[in-house]
Write a protein that binds this ligand. Structure first.
Ligand SMILES: Cc1cc2nc3c(=O)[nH]c(=O)nc-3n(C[C@H](O)[C@H](O)[C@H](O)COP(=O)(O)OP(=O)(O)OC[C@H]3O[C@@H](n4cnc5c(N)ncnc54)[C@H](O)[C@@H]3O)c2cc1C
Length: 535
């Protein structure tokens, strides 16, 4: 069963070792376990539904059950966690619907129009920017859980296209495709729960984006039900027929309507898939190597560079941190002594092609003074890549909050943006007399620049309100640093509630008006996920 107030399945955990806890205590101070509220406490605070059972449309499963409403009230952002664990959740939706077909989605939108009910499309509930928060106000809120619309509707092998209902989750989608020897190759770290519709609506990016592409390029077309009618986006291989409607659907964050089907571009399952590791001394050499790898275009599937603080933290928190002694001795012998930076690089394809790509990558890495250490660390990362988020639960239980933020900048701004964000985070906690542990990696690279992914750990406050105020200061400081550095406010997580204040700086007033008018065309009464993306 999925945890009601944290990440992942009950019974699955990733404990923090005593040495890892000591490592954190040294950096941010020793912590005290929080007093979280129980599920019963939370349920006792859920207000009665504002939707009367007899008003509900027939033929669609809709629940007014308190627990189901609570389970659909949040995503996975830190404010969501604080609200759930501290018992400060402002509102839960009035009802949760589970449509099974396009017609049922249509019936729900007709009901919403008739009753002026607000609608929140819900995929896997893994949003980290407040996409799923029920807005305040008199109007009732209906959350539409797409989880029952999870079937593969067709696979056109010759065209390499597959069509799914939009509520399909990552593992189910891959299992369906791989049964036919195909893959989408889209692996966000939230893969276990997140859905195809959610990926498209938030423009998600998977770990192997360098090889398979972001969801932006994998999404070929689909079907959207909006309050004003249906929108079909055909799956042309390419088109010059005016602006691309796919781009309106991508990143629409549930504001245009509900995606019911998506057609995606798939690839044959590769013969070989491998992730190797290398180390650099110093961030400068590492960044230059990564830029070189990204621009040379040797066909890697992933390039992930942990900067020095993240490399040190990864090695310290690893279950095998003792075994890293030998690695360190080897690296020192090879001249990688200070500010070690860990590079993971992956390749997929025919076995011979993969070997050739790895040889070329190693040559570039060595040209920048990097030392290749083979596949062991890469394999460890690969095997545990969906387990790491479970650490959030164990850290919280110890009294630490862990959160992440991300942007993308051109190469010339990369190092200065990392420094600006990390400094802003450190400054933000100073007025609380608190310390923060910050570390960064580059997870998605392009010929022109890179994404920057920052993780930070700080102590929970004495009350949920205190923790929230700390987080708000951190988020504001880091977001302002991102904007000032010329970065996008989101490379992959979307806008939701947490980034919308910064959107105008990026799109301009006219740009925002264009987006607003498109939303109004599809949804004139502003029923769809109001407040997300734009005020
Ligand atoms: C531990 C963790 C790791 C993560 N790793 C990554 C990562 O590697 N890469 C990445 O890009 N993101 C990542 N995320 C963020 C998140 O998983 C993505 O934004 C994901 O795409 C959300 O998908 P979802 O199905 O859970 O959508 P939800 O969270 O349910 O919804 C997100 C938004 O999409 C809308 N939406 C959902 N389904 C539909 C639909 N069918 N029609 C219309 N609108 C819809 C919702 O209304 C909402 O606005 C991570 C999150 C967590 C918690």
């Amino acid at each position: 069963m999925r945890r009601f107030n944290g990440w992942g399945e009950e019974g699955v955990s990733l404990p923090v070792s005593a040495s890892a806890a000591a490592y954190l205590a040294e950096r941010v101070g020793s912590s005290r376990a929080p007093q979280d509220v129980t599920l019963a406490d939370l349920l006792a605070r859920v207000s009665p539904s504002g939707i009367a059972e007899h008003d509900l449309p027939s033929g669609v499963r809709i629940s007014l059950d308190q627990k189901e409403r609570l389970q659909h009230a949040t995503g996975q952002s830190l404010p969501d966690w604080i609200a759930l664990r501290g018992g400060t959740l402002a509102r839960v939706p009035d009802a949760v619907a589970y449509p099974e077909s396009r017609d049922e989605v249509r019936a729900l939108l007709t009901f919403a129009q008739k009753t002026r009910t607000r609608v929140i499309p819900y995929g896997g509930g893994t949003s980290v920017v407040g996409h799923l928060t029920a807005p305040a106000g008199e109007q009732a809120v209906l959350t539409v859980d797409m989880g029952h619309m999870n079937r593969m509707l067709g696979l056109q092998k010759e065209e390499r296209l597959a069509t799914f209902q939009a509520g399909v989750r990552g593992p189910h989608l891959e299992a369906e495709l791989q049964a036919h020897e195909y893959t989408l190759g889209h692996y966000p770290q939230s893969f276990e729960y997140s859905t195809l519709g959610g990926w498209v609506a938030t423009r998600s990016v998977g770990q192997f984006s360098l090889g398979y592409g972001r969801i932006d390029s994998l999404f070929a077309g689909g079907h959207l039900e909006t309050p004003e009618g249906s929108l079909d986006v055909p799956s042309f291989p390419a088109s010059a027929a005016g602006p691309d409607l796919r781009q309106w659907v991508l990143g629409s964050e549930g504001r245009l309507g509900i995606l019911t089907e998506c057609t995606v571009r798939v690839s044959p399952v590769p013969e070989r898939e491998t992730v190797h590791a290398a180390f650099f001394e110093g961030e400068r050499a590492a960044l230059e190597a990564v830029r070189d790898l990204a621009q040379t275009g040797i066909g890697l599937t992933m390039i992930r560079l942990s900067l020095a603080a993240e490399t040190a933290t990864t090695l310290a928190l690893s279950e095998h941190h003792r075994a890293f002694g030998w690695l360190n001795r080897f690296l020192r012998l090879r001249g990688v002594k200070r500010d070690q930076c860990l590079l993971l690089y992956g390749a997929v394809g025919r076995a011979l092609d993969v070997s050739n790509r790895l040889v070329k990558a190693r040559r570039i890495i060595a040209g920048h003074g990097g030392v290749s250490v083979g596949p062991h660390i890469g394999r460890e990362w690969y095997d545990k890549r969906f387990r790491t988020p479970y650490l959030r639960n164990s850290l919280w239980d110890l009294g630490y909050a862990i959160d992440t933020l991300e942007t993308a900048v051109t190469w010339n701004r990369c190092a200065s943006t990392v420094a600006a964000i990390e400094d802003a985070l450190k400054d933000a906690l100073q007025s609380f007399g608190e310390r923060i542990h910050v570390f960064t990696h580059l997870s998605h690279v392009y010929p022109y620049g890179s994404s920057i992914y920052v993780t930070y750990v700080f102590r929970l406050g004495a009350t949920p309100e205190d923790t929230l105020v700390r987080w708000q200061a951190l988020k504001q400081g880091a977001s302002e640093a991102i904007v000032k550095s010329g970065g996008t406010i989101s490379h992959q997580h979307g806008v939701g509630l947490d980034h919308r204040a910064y959107l105008q700086g990026e799109k301009g007033l006219l740009g925002l008006d264009l987006i607003r008018s498109a939303l109004r065309t599809a949804d004139p009464e502003e029923l769809m996920n109001p407040g997300k993306l734009l005020e």
